[in-house]
Design a protein around this ligand. Structure first.
Ligand code: PRP
Length: 198
């Protein structure tokens, strides 16, 4: 059982389990599919890398035809300056665009994406996020769909990483002792994946 793994001395605890994630994504997928049912296929824009898992599950919960594209953004949290590392492959002019994020934190990234994409004159522009950390918002940015609002805790799993690790944990974990994890980033690997430590 998954709970057993979290009963041990980990610096993180279960925040949202995989079954709850799946249920909520099914709801969101149905909602989005209904919105575009009689329209041309919308373009779902995954923001790399964290949204990959959410995007993959979300589009499979939508029983309509969709197009998928990706952007990669480099953000400088200190200055708030954001730049595009990988742009969309397709022109989104006249299309219904849905930006797919794993988490909206300060809102700087989504704010930048919305401004940039709206300049390309899509027919509509919406955003969906798996996690909404409203307590951290710096810029109030429109966010049409959100799977879960979470408190101001550092989260890993289901696409979200710590130093590149833990993206493929199926549940979402809240890291309670970030200093301890920072001191040994691979600390949770053995227990979470049932591997030998070392
Ligand atoms: C995360 C997330 C968002 C952004 C949100 O990306 O995927 O794009 O941060 O933060 P903000 O609201 O404060 O701008 P990250 O830079 O961690 O990259 P990754 O998805 O590749 O891990």
């Amino acid at each position: 059982m998954i709970d057993g793994r979290f009963a041990s001395n980990l610096p993180a605890e279960l925040l949202i389990d995989r079954a709850s994630i799946a249920r909520r994504i099914d709801e969101l997928g149905a909602e989005l599919a209904g919105l575009f049912a009689d329209e041309e296929p919308p373009v779902l824009v995954g923001v790399l890398k964290g949204s990959a898992m959410f995007l993959a599950d979300l589009i499979r919960a939508m029983d309509i035809d969709v197009a998928v594209d990706f952007m990669s953004i480099s953000s400088y949290s200190q200055s708030g300056v954001v730049r595009i590392v990988k742009d969309l492959d397709e022109d989104v002019r006249g299309r219904d665009v849905v930006v797919v994020e794993d988490i909206v934190d300060t809102g700087l990234t989504l704010n930048y994406l919305r401004k940039t994409l709206s300049q390309r004159e899509p027919d509509s522009l919406r955003a969906v996020t798996l996690l909404d950390k409203t307590a951290r918002r710096i810029i109030p940015v429109p966010l049409e769909f959100s799977a879960f609002e979470i408190p101001d805790v550092f989260v890993v799993g289901y696409g979200l990483d710590f130093q590149g690790l833990y993206r493929n944990v199926a549940d979402i974990l809240a890291v309670r002792d970030l200093a301890r994890l920072a001191n040994d980033p691979r600390l949770m690997v053995a227990q979470l994946f049932g591997l030998k430590s070392g």
